[in-house]
Design a protein around this ligand. Sequence first.
Ligand SMILES: [Zn+2]
Length: 83
Amino acid sequence: MERKITKEEFELQYVEGNLKLLAELKKRGRGAIPCDCGEEFCQGWQMAYSIDWALVAVLYLNAALAMLYRVHPEWWNGSAHKE
Ligand SMILES: [Zn+2]
């Protein structure tokens, strides 16, 4: 499919010319990827929503620690949390 505009043009449009915002999005792994949805208004690009793996890792670790604490509270005995 023919792209009506370049990737850079699409990204600029997406952030309405806000280069600072664009830089922030790119830092977070966001960016335009080719789109072939075929919609009349489609410009041949879409903004990718990439997963923030660092955030996922933190959430997963927290959940895992909370579960471990419930299953083996004695593992935390003798730590700084001791009464
Ligand atoms: Zn599309």
